[in-house]
Design a protein around this ligand. Structure first.
Ligand SMILES: [Zn+2]
Ligand SMILES: [Zn+2]
Length: 248
């Protein structure tokens, strides 16, 4: 069955998001989602915190909705790595060690918002990670991913042909929500089934104007739309950011 989900969601548990896990469940269910993958900042949680993350994720899951707990790790040099399905903290910040930890916990290692690091990443890292956010709504904006992201991702896939592209919400508050889903083909709504489908690339990135497969391929029509809208969107975002700077 097809399951609509959101990756990279922050709750109030780590003090970063504004919504509780129960509120996130209500919000996402209301928008037709059947699962969310939480990614709480690991450095803001202690042992009791990750325990709450696990129990509240379970308490807010049932046959109609699944909350997959997970962590966002900060690693050297200034990278953020999502560990989907991981609830064990890790004291080191060495990037390869963090990736090893995520895999030892049977989680998915996703490089978050590559735009923040200018899409610069060592080949030895690219060969180890499972996926990368070709669209991070928080950093890249709503409606469409940046046109340049697909070309960059294609370049990274020449280094690691198994690398998967995903969309992440990086949601911290309601206002920044945009309906950019990862639609997964999974047998059940269990955490294991959803993570396995993601790992095997059995999903599609879908939003109103954008659709891509895990290899970052889009139809020629959508690619043309992306190129056409890229500059106006960039300017609109810049104007909005300037206005916020002025009034905010
Ligand atoms: Zn981040
Ligand atoms: Zn984040």
């Amino acid at each position: 069955m097809r399951i609509k989900g959101a990756l990279h969601v922050h709750s109030s548990l780590s003090g970063d998001g504004t919504m509780t896990i129960a509120e996130l469940r209500r919000w996402y269910r209301g928008h037709g989602y059947q699962f969310i993958a939480l990614t709480e900042h690991a450095e803001d949680l202690d042992e009791a915190g990750v325990e709450r993350l696990e129990t509240q994720s379970q308490a807010n899951s049932d046959e109609g909705f699944r909350v997959i707990p997970g962590l966002e790790f900060s690693a050297d040099p200034g990278l953020h790595l999502l560990g989907l399905g991981v609830t064990r903290l890790f004291p080191q910040t060495n990037l390869l060690a963090v990736i090893g930890h995520i895999h030892a916990e049977e989680g998915l290692a996703v490089l978050a918002h590559p735009r923040r690091i200018g899409w610069k990443c060592a080949a030895e890292i690219l060969r180890e990670i499972d996926a990368v956010e070709i669209w991070n709504v928080g950093y890249d904006g709503k409606f469409l991913p940046p046109a340049a992201a697909l070309g960059r991702f294609a370049g990274w896939r020449r280094v690691n042909p198994r690398l998967l592209g995903v969309a992440g919400h990086d949601l911290h508050r309601r206002e920044s929500f945009y309906d950019a889903a990862v639609e997964v083909d999974a047998a059940t709504l269990s955490r294991e089934a959803i993570l396995a489908s993601l790992r095997q690339g059995r999903y599609e990135i879908r939003s109103l104007f954008f659709r891509a497969d895990p290899a970052g391929r889009v139809s020629p029509g959508r690619a043309a739309l992306l190129r056409m809208m890229s500059e106006p969107l960039r300017q609109a975002r810049r104007a909005r950011a300037a206005a916020w700077g002025w009034f905010g």
